[in-house]
Design a protein around this ligand. Structure first.
Ligand code: MV4
Length: 445
């Protein structure tokens, strides 16, 4: 049983974690940079520690300062949230070496999934569907030509230490394969400090479907359906929804069963998300995220589960007693990410929020750290609010979503709310006729 948890994060996710801790009777410690002195997470926590200047490297990524803050305040566990140190296997290991529990998976599982080649090998060994391509990283010209001969163009070149889409290159029939390979290796070296690459068959129009996993690291593993995260721009998700349109429940249950069994076999502990591409009725593993995700909310709303609470209970050593047959989804949920940015140019715009009035009413959840007269510092992510709408069906959900977006008042700064209203009223979105390329192709028109 933890009496006190330190939250190594800021913004809405820090609030999200503090709120669950309060409900569980657990005290909370906020950490903050000098530009976050008046941030909502600092106000809501029982205690707070300033851990450095605005630059994330010197504050929210500053491992010695964060460990010291936990030791000084007597926190027994650290919740990393998402982003920042949440998938840093070193941080997970150092936390434990200091006798502090890390609320997340074992360091070794974080490390394994962080290496995309190793993650894919592991997924394959665990029986998850993967895309044809190189087995592991590619070496010389002859090997690359052999693989391309087997799988055919188009192919995609990915960095083994990449992820999140950086450093990927598509190669079509007739392109200069070898010069693209050498450019990709150079870029991988400079972005990630590792020039290793791997190759796979390129899917031109996939959807991004991910499975939510919850495992106790001992003998039980569950899945909580899927999320369709295909509405994205430059690898930043904009709208997420569950259930995914037009995919049969049988197919989702089969993929979910496979995914949760794989995690049980691995001895995985905590929440995790297995990302798949979906095209022509088939799923292919691409990556696994070993943290709570921004879009965990829509799973919570449709399954009636508090995933942060589950994370904390599992970190305390509790077993999952639930059976998969008792994990039931009802209704539909959609999340819109509200960003402090110009809806036309996408340029982030920090500044003073003069007037803040979120929508309310039936079916609405707002996860945000905003308040009247809050100054958004320019040093961090532009996500300022998550609007989550739930209803018994998708149609009602979209109806409420339209009303809520129109009602939302965030004055003094620019936000992407006009863009979100535009998207949810396009016929392709309404019909569920979209893939990962749709938003970028349809932005200015
Ligand atoms: C792909 C792909 C098409 N074919 N792999 C992007 C980030 C990383 N998670 C994997 N990514 C992709 N891998 C093959 N074989 C297209 C993408 C991709 C993508 C995937 C999910 C969500 C958004 C995306 C945007 C562009 C490209």
């Amino acid at each position: 049983m933890f009496n006190k948890i330190l939250i190594a994060n800021r913004g809405e996710i820090a609030l999200r974690i503090i709120r669950t801790c309060q409900e569980m009777g657990i005290e909370t410690v906020a950490i903050h940079s000098t530009s976050d002195e008046s941030a909502m997470h600092v106000r809501l926590a029982n205690q707070s520690v300033c851990i450095g200047p605005p630059s994330p490297i010197k504050s929210y990524l500053n491992i010695p300062a964060i460990i010291s803050a936990a030791e000084i305040t007597g926190a027994e566990a650290i919740h990393p949230g998402y982003g920042f140190l949440s998938e840093n296997y070193n941080f997970a290991a150092i936390t434990k070496e200091h006798g502090i529990e890390f609320i997340g998976p074992e360091s070794e599982h974080i490390r394994m999934m962080g290496n995309k080649v190793e993650a894919k090998k592991t997924a394959k060994d665990l029986g998850l569907p993967i895309l044809p391509g190189s087995e592991g990283k590619v070496g010389g010209t002859a090997q690359i030509e052999k693989i391309v001969g087997e799988i055919g163009f188009p192919i995609i070149i990915k960095a083994a230490s990449g992820g999140g889409g950086r450093g990927m290159k598509v190669v079509n029939e007739g392109d200069d394969l070898h010069s693209i390979i050498s450019i990709a290796a150079r870029e991988a070296k400079s972005f990630f400090g590792d020039e290793s690459l791997y190759i796979e068959k390129f899917l031109p129009k996939p959807r991004h479907i991910e499975i939510q996993i919850l495992s106790d690291g001992k003998d039980n593993s569950l899945f909580f359906g899927e999320r369709d995260c295909s509405i994205q721009r430059r690898h930043q998700k904009v709208i997420e929804e569950t259930p995914a349109m037009g995919i049969s429940r049988d197919k989702i249950n089969e993929l979910g069963e496979k995914s949760s069994k794989a995690m049980k076999k691995l001895g995985y502990k905590g929440v995790g998300t297995i990302e798949y591409l979906y095209e022509n009725g088939k799923f292919y593993f691409i990556e696994m995220n070993t943290r709570i995700q921004v879009e965990h909310t829509i799973t919570e709303e449709t399954y009636g589960v508090d995933l942060i609470r589950e994370q904390i209970l599992i970190a305390m050593g509790q077993k999952l007693n639930k059976k998969q047959s008792n994990v039931l989804q009802s209704g539909h949920s959609i999340q819109c990410r509200i960003l402090a940015e110009d809806p036309k140019t996408f340029i982030p715009c920090a500044g003073l929020v003069e007037n803040y009035h979120p929508p309310g009413g039936h079916g609405i959840r707002i996860d945000s750290a905003l308040y009247n007269n809050y100054f958004i510092p320019p040093n961090y992510d532009s996500l300022i609010s998550k609007l989550i709408v739930s209803a018994s069906n998708r149609n009602d959900c979209l109806n409420i979503l339209n009303r809520a977006l129109e009602e939302y008042v965030i004055s003094g700064i620019k936000t992407n709310i006009p863009l979100l209203i535009d998207i949810i009223n396009r016929k392709e979105f309404i019909n569920g006729d979209y893939d990962i390329n749709w938003l970028e192709k349809n932005l200015n028109g």
